[in-house]
Ligand binder design. Sequence first.
Ligand SMILES: [Zn+2]
Length: 242
Amino acid sequence: MYAVDSSLPRRHRPVTRALADTGTLYTLAHRPKYLEMFLELYGKTVAVATAVEDEIRTVAQIPKLDRPHRDLVLMGACADRLVAKLDDQTITVLEPSEDSADLESTVQQQLLELDRVVAQRRGEAWRQIDTSRAKRHHGETESILVAADVINAGGTAIMLTNDGGASRVAWQQGISARNLRDVLAELACANPDLKEEDLLTAFREMTARFGTLPADVRPTDSSAFRCRALAAGCRACGPSAL
Ligand SMILES: [Zn+2]
């Protein structure tokens, strides 16, 4: 299940910071054309937490020759594209504040609890202290902390994640999450030239290998990417239309 904030309009609404997690960025970087359009639409608001930067740079540092047998050819290429955006500061890197240390254990615990529930449902063994699991959630945890920092400082923040669990934990902290489907729908509203069929095809390609969305928010047909305005301006796609 994905925590959908139904108060948000379908079209893009600017925020102080949009905290993107690793999976969402990889899906976008899989199709560079859409990565560029996303970065243009979000502008200076696109940010990643330090841990997300680390995850991306770690993959990018794997030599190209070693990538095939580690099944990292595609992900490595995506990481390379994202590192270029980190290096030229198109994507801002933000560190959680010292004040967020208390929240960190809460958020980490909530993410681990969701893992436990999933493991239980699948009948798998799950250990409370499992450092690889905790590490896996490091990027998501920090993204939520940084978003909370922005909101506490009087700004607005959303989290960009394709992960249902992360969206629900973010929501528990009062942070709205958006996913690749939302981002592509926002692009459709911003660019009347984009065809909904092309966006659906792109979405399926981008999420075929990683960054898969929970079934409840996965688009079933191209209407997910249909701007209801059909002309520049797009008044129809959001309750807060100007
Ligand atoms: Zn629209």
